[in-house]
Design a protein around this ligand. Structure first.
Ligand code: FAD
Ligand code: UDP
Length: 392
């Protein structure tokens, strides 16, 4: 019988497995970790606080179909994420940089003038990417853009990626535009929630289906081999398919070299206080080696009377076998490097790459669900009908 093996129990692997199971196929999902949810995994610490060991994850999407799909597997807490940037010792302003940030950092008369120019040239309530603002025909706007670039983007981006904003381009920099408004939410998507009992439980519910067999602590590469267009399972040609959500260079034994990723080192701290900082996340945009401090008790959780948990993120070079590949680095040179692996993957008719690592794409959780839905259509020829999926 045809075997369907999904490698990875994160958002991507869980979604594709569930959709295939719903269509009557038996699916085996393996993950080398002993936890479910990939990097979105969360758990409750000894003080009863929900923490995210692989970094702060906030759910947001404009796509109702994705929200409806996930709502079958969780209840939600309404949560609108707000972030501030510490630009100086005594100055903490909203990010995305908005009109409030403008008035906080400029003398009033100058701020009024810049606001008028922005409203005239860009438009009230509009969002504009920083790299576009920097090239604006108005000298006054360019001067303002240089100020925002210097105080919000340049140092943070160099810390996070080791590259300048211009080198990373729109794929990265357009994620956090400048707002010509007083909007202070980090995301403006229609659906912004946190799963009531966490991401791990939600993904575990996605995987709970009689046709899905889940195996944790199982490294797929110990049993699968890939050679000359044929996939082998335990040394025998596989009758079936593999949907792979891990690192594509690992899949092919690094034959074209290790792909560059960005890693992070997280430093967690439990503090005996109900609140540590004024906002759920504070970005350190002009100083320090870490990029941001997140405080988990502010992510729509029940605050605790006497404890809070914070995490600082220290970006690192990825070193194979030493740390975790968190972010693909979306610059042209790396895309060309990745293309070699992508070509290689195409020589296997029963291999599908999916997700942030295998597609080498800087995607969010909702994108991971969307790509899995698209892959379902590619494999089966059917479109996803959310109404056909049973609630858990
Ligand atoms: P992953 O979550 O990486 O899952 C891949 C899984 O495959 C892992 O569990 C891994 O163990 C397993 N695997 C790999 N190789 C093998 C193997 N050989 N054998 C068995 N198993 C294997 N997105 C948002 O929407 N909002 C946010 O706020 C947000 N914040 C983020 C913060 C950080 C620090 C990071 C790194 C990412 C953030 N994201 C956020 C992005 C989000 O994590 C991803 O979009 C999403 O988790 C991708 O899911 P995935 O299943 O493709 O990959
Ligand atoms: N960014 C920045 N300063 C900020 C916030 C973001 O320079 O205060 C840039 C930085 O390059 C970052 C990118 O915008 O990597 C995307 O930010 P986002 O918050 O989406 O990053 P993520 O949460 O995915 O790490």
């Amino acid at each position: 019988m045809e075997k369907i093996i999904v490698v990875g129990a994160g958002f991507s692997g869980a979604t594709i497995a569930r959709l295939l199971a719903e269509s009557g196929k038996d699916v085996i999902v393996v993950d080398k970790r002993d936890t479910i949810g990939g990097n979105a995994y969360d758990c409750i610490d000894k003080n009863g606080i929900r923490i995210q060991p692989y970094g702060p994850h906030i759910f947001h999407t404009h796509d109702k179909e994705i929200f409806d799909f996930l709502s079958k597997f969780t209840e939600w807490n309404k949560y609108e994420h707000r972030v501030k940037a510490k630009v100086r010792k005594d100055k903490v302003v909203p990010v995305p940089f908005n009109l409030t940030s403008l008035f906080e950092l400029y003398p009033k008369a100058k701020a009024e003038r810049i606001k008028d120019v922005l409203v005239k040239e860009i438009g009230l309530d509009k969002k504009v990417p920083i790299l576009q603002l920097k090239k604006h025909e108005s000298a006054e706007i360019r001067e303002f853009a240089d100020f925002v670039y210097k105080n919000i983007f340049y140092i943070y981006t160099m810390k996070q990626w080791g590259f300048k904003p211009e080198q990373l381009g729109e794929a990265v920099m357009n994620r956090v535009p400048v707002y010509v408004s007083e909007e202070d939410r980090y995301f403006t998507d229609e659906f912004q929630y946190m799963p009531k009992n966490g991401f791990a439980e939600m993904i575990s519910n996605i995987l709970r289906h009689p046709r899905i067999q889940l195996k944790l602590r199982t490294d797929a590469m110990k049993r699968l081999t890939f050679a000359d267009g044929v996939i082998y399972l335990d040394g025998k040609p596989l009758d079936g398919m593999v949907i792979y959500t891990g690192c594509v260079d690992e899949l092919f034994g690094y034959k074209y070299g290790v792909l560059p990723y960005r890693s992070l080192k997280f430093k967690f701290k439990t503090l005996k206080t109900p609140s540590y900082q004024e906002s759920a996340v504070i970005n350190y945009t002009t100083s320090h080696k870490f990029t941001r401090i997140s405080e988990f008790t502010k992510f729509a959780c029940e605050p605790q009377e006497n404890a809070t948990v914070i995490v600082k993120e220290y970006p690192q070079k990825f070193k194979k076998g030493k740390n975790i590949p968190y972010y693909p680095i979306p610059i042209e040179k790396n895309r060309q490097h990745y293309a070699k692996y992508e070509q290689e993957a195409k020589t296997y008719k029963n291999l599908y790459l999916l997700g942030r690592l295998a597609k080498y794409k800087y995607i969010d959780m909702d994108d991971a669900v969307r790509y899995a839905m698209d892959l379902y259509t590619e494999i089966t020829g059917d479109t996803v009908d959310i109404n056909d999926i049973a609630n858990n």
